[in-house]
Design a protein around this ligand. Structure first.
Ligand code: NDP
Length: 284
């Protein structure tokens, strides 16, 4: 008898813009797996119902994106430690109706930092600008992986402090500092000692967005990774100062590859996924 086609999906609101389907389709095809990866648009009021429907269906797993990454935690039977600390999940594995949640964003950022700048977390100082869900998931992961220090800079200081509390719980030996984006003198000092600056605000997605930080305060040697998965004015200005730069596509690739590995329990065909992502980005 033929093996049934395996079903995977992405839940979000909105989801139509997602680059995950071409990337996961390429992975399934390279691995010789008959599978589909669907986009399921889920308004917030429907999340519980959709998770229940998928739990009882033949979907083997799914990704979760904005705005459901935090709330989805409450519909799971078990959650890996990293996702608990991150306070969010982006990958669900459905094992015969039991749902297990994972967060692959931190893994994705760590892999992108290694690939682009040769950086491993141990002993490094990570400076984040932004304190939303992505900053939280990734900074907590890096702290748990042995970072020496994490600095969180944000417009709303209380959000940075919430992340700092989560880091202290998970990695008591990691030093944590929070700064408001207005504290430019302190930020400039911090950047002198930083291993990398991670841009994790949503600024740069839209044409008239302001810069998350003035580029003049960037030390010329400082690697800068912007989580937005195409070039942004901030990255252009950082590169013009001589900083090594990377956009967020590496993080997107590696978080997706890790989801594939969690679902299929086999290595992801990374280069095929990378090529599919490049093609999809070029078509945007
Ligand atoms: P959130 O909405 O949770 O957080 C947004 C962040 O941006 C907050 O720190 C917020 O500050 C800040 N911000 C928004 N508008 C302004 C403004 N006008 N001035 C100053 N700060 C502002 O978003 P996420 O954390 O989910 O995502 C952040 C970015 O990361 C997005 O661009 C997203 O596309 C990208 N991302 C990329 C991924 C990848 O794989 N490459 C994965 C996940 C996210 P405040 O707290 O003060 O409101």
């Amino acid at each position: 008898m033929d093996k049934p086609v395996e079903r995977y999906a992405l839940l979000g609101w909105p989801v139509a813009h997602s680059l995950s389907p071409p990337m996961q389709d390429a992975a399934f095809s390279a691995a010789g797996i008959e599978a589909t990866y669907e986009l399921i648009a889920v308004p917030p009021k429907d999340l519980a119902a959709v998770m229940t429907r998928l739990r009882l269906s033949d979907y083997r797993g799914w990704n979760i994106t904005v705005p459901h990454k935090q709330r989805a935690l409450s519909f799971l039977d078990s959650v890996e430690t990293a996702a608990q600390a991150a306070g969010s999940v982006n990958t669900v594995i459905n094992r015969d109706g039991r749902l297990h949640g994972c967060s692959t964003d931190g893994y994705g950022l760590a892999a992108a930092l290694k690939e682009n700048f040769g950086l491993v977390p141990e002993g490094q100082t990570f400076v984040f600008v932004g304190a939303g869900g992505a900053a939280r998931a990734t900074s907590v992961y890096l702290a748990a992986q042995g970072a020496r220090e994490v600095v969180i800079i944000n417009r709303t200081l209380s959000r940075a402090e919430t992340i700092a509390d989560a880091i202290r719980r998970v990695a008591p030996n990691c030093r944590v500092r929070c700064l408001a984006t207005t504290e430019l003198d302190h930020i400039e000092d911090c950047l002198q000692a930083a291993s990398v600056l991670v841009q994790a605000t949503s600024l740069g997605l839209h044409e008239n967005d302001s810069l998350p930080l003035p580029s003049e305060i960037l030390p010329k040697h400082l690697p800068v990774l912007d989580m937005i998965y195409r070039s942004t004015p901030f990255l252009v200005q950082a590169a013009a100062r001589g900083c090594p730069v990377a956009d967020g596509r590496g993080m997107l690739l590696h978080q997706g590859a890790r989801s594939f590995e969690l679902w299929l329990e086999q290595p992801a065909p990374l280069e095929r996924m990378r090529s599919a992502l490049q093609v999809a980005l070029a078509q945007k």
